[in-house]
Design a protein around this ligand. Structure first.
Ligand code: AMP
Length: 396
C-alpha cells in the first residue's frame, strides 16, 4: 500500500475522488464547506510536492444528464478561496474538454471536473466510463470516505487502472484510523451509544457491536420497539411491530455475551409530533394512549452519563430524541456533553452517522470529541464489519 504521506507527487498528474457533495442554498451558494475543507490536506500535499490535481465528485442526485442546480461549478469560488489559487473547470467530466484541460494542466494547478453523476455510468460502476476518467491522470487518490461503501466508477472501479499508483488521501486514512481504534483495539470499558429512529436500520450494527462492547446504550425512537417487546405501554410512540422479536433477541444476546444493555427508564412525552405540543414526563413503559416519547428523561440522562463517565472508548451514533425540535433536544445535548467530558478525561470518543454529526455540529462540540466521522452510511457499514468496496479496491 502506498502512503500519501510518503509519496512524492512531483510532476504527477493526480485524479482524486473527493466528496464535494455540499449543501447549496436557493442562490446556489455553498452553505457549509466542511466537506471541501476535508479534502484540503490531500490537495495541498500534492500541490506542494509539485503535482497537478484533477478533482472529481458527485453533487446531489441528478437523474441522468446536466441539471444546473447540481453543477459543481457552484463550488469553484469556495474551493478557490480555500486553496488561495484559481481552479480550472471542465464542464463535462469526460470527453474532449476534460481531456484537453487535463493534458494542459501544469504542476501546482487544480482542475475540477463537472458532476460525475450527470452520467448514470458513475453509479452503475461502468468500466468504460471509469477508464475514461482514469485516462486523464497517472495517479489515483481516493479521499471520499462518504462514498467508499459504493462500488461506483470513480470510487472503486477506476482503481484497477492504477495498479501501482493508487492510494487513500488523508481524510480516508484518518477515518480508518479512528474507526479501527474503536473496532480493533478499544481501550476498555468500551461503550456504544445508539439512537435514532429505527431498530431496522441498525440491526447489523448492533449485532457486530455486541461482540466488541462492554456497554450498549440505546436511546431515541428505537427505544420503544424494545420497551414494547418487553410488554411496556408505549402509547403512540414510534414502534416497529415486526422488529420486536429482533429486539428480544438483542436483549438475550447481550446477556449471553456479558454486554450490559442500558435502555431509557424515563422520558418526555408529547401529545403531538411538534415542537409546540403539550409535554409531560413519565416512566418509559407507562405512556398514556395518544402520547409519544420524544426525548429521554432526567433519570435516564443520569444513568447514561454515569456509564459514559466510566468509559475509555465511546462510539456514538444517533440522537436520543427528536433533537431537531428544540424542546426535545435536552437528552441529545446531555449525551454530547457527556462525550466531551469523557474526552477531557482521556477517553477516545468517535461520533458518526448523519444525525449525531448534525447534532454535535449544532451544539458546536465537534472539536471537543476525538473524531467526527464524515461518512454516515459508509461508517455504519464499516461498523457492521463489511468490507467497503472503495477501501478494498485501493488496498488490494
Ligand atoms: P437515524 O437516521 O436512524 O439516526 O434517525 C435520526 C432521527 O431519529 C432524527 O431525525 C430524530 O428526530 C429521530 N428520533 C429520535 N428520537 C425519536 C423519537 N423518540 N421518536 C421519533 N423519532 C425520533
Amino acid at each position: 500500500m502506498i502512503s500519501i504521506n510518503e509519496f512524492n507527487f512531483r510532476n504527477k498528474k493526480v485524479i482524486m475522488r473527493v466528496d464535494f457533495n455540499v449543501p447549496l442554498n436557493d442562490k446556489l451558494q455553498v452553505t457549509d464547506n466542511t466537506r471541501i475543507k476535508g479534502a484540503l490536506p490531500s490537495i495541498n500535499k500534492i500541490l506542494e510536492d509539485g503535482g497537478a490535481v484533477i478533482l472529481m465528485s458527485h453533487l446531489g442526485r441528478p437523474k441522468n444528464g446536466y441539471e444546473e442546480k447540481f453543477s459543481l461549478k457552484h463550488v469553484i469560488k469556495n474551493l478557490s478561496e480555500l486553496l488561495n489559487k484559481p481552479v480550472k473547470f471542465a464542464d463535462d467530466c469526460i470527453g474532449n474538454s476534460a481531456k484537453e484541460l487535463a493534458s494542459g494542466l501544469k504542476p501546482g494547478e487544480v482542475l475540477l471536473l463537472e458532476n460525475l453523476r450527470f452520467y448514470n455510468e458513475e453509479t452503475k460502476g461502468d468500466i468504460e466510463f471509469a477508464k475514461q476518467l482514469a485516462s486523464l491522470a497517472d495517479t489515483y487518490v481516493n479521499d471520499a470516505f462518504g462514498t467508499a461503501h459504493r462500488a461506483h466508477a470513480s470510487t472503486t472501479i477506476i482503481a484497477q487502472f492504477f495498479p501501482n499508483a493508487k492510494m487513500f488521501g488523508y481524510l480516508i486514512n484518518n477515518e480508518l484510523k479512528s474507526m479501527d481504534a474503536v473496532l480493533q483495539n478499544p481501550q476498555k470499558p468500551f461503550t456504544a451509544v445508539l439512537g435514532g429512529a429505527k431498530v431496522s436500520s441498525k440491526i447489523s450494527v448492533i449485532e457486530n457491536l455486541l461482540n466488541k462492547v462492554d456497554n450498549l446504550i440505546i436511546g431515541g425512537g428505537m427505544t420503544y420497539t424494545f420497551i414494547a417487546a418487553k410488554g411496556g405501554k408505549i402509547g403512540h410512540s414510534l414502534v416497529e411491530e415486526d422488529k420486536k422479536d429482533v429486539a428480544l433477541k438483542i436483549i438475550k444476546e447481550a446477556e449471553e455475551k456479558g454486554v450490559q444493555l442500558f435502555l431509557p427508564v424515563d422520558n418526555i412525552i408529547a401529545d403531538d409530533f411538534s415542537n409546540n405540543a403539550n409535554t409531560k414526563y413519565c416512566e418509559i413503559n407507562n405512556i398514556d394512549d395518544g402520547w409519544l416519547g420524544v426525548d429521554i428523561g432526567n433519570n435516564t440522562i443520569k444513568l447514561f452519563e454515569d456509564v459514559l463517565k466510566n468509559s475509555k472508548t465511546i462510539l456514538w451514533n444517533g440522537p436520543m430524541g427528536v433533537f431537531e425540535m428544540d424542546n426535545f433536544a435536552k437528552g441529545t445535548i446531555a449525551i454530547a456533553n457527556a462525550l466531551v467530558e469523557a474526552t477531557k478525561n482521556g477517553a477516545f470518543t468517535l461520533v458518526g452517522g448523519g444525525d449525531s454529526v448534525a447534532a454535535i455540529n449544532k451544539y458546536n462540540l465537534a472539536k471537543k470529541v476525538s473524531y467526527v466521522s464524515t461518512g454516515g452510511g459508509a461508517m455504519l457499514e464499516y461498523i457492521e464489519g463489511k468490507e467497503l468496496p472503495g477501501i478494498k479496491a485501493v488496498r488490494e
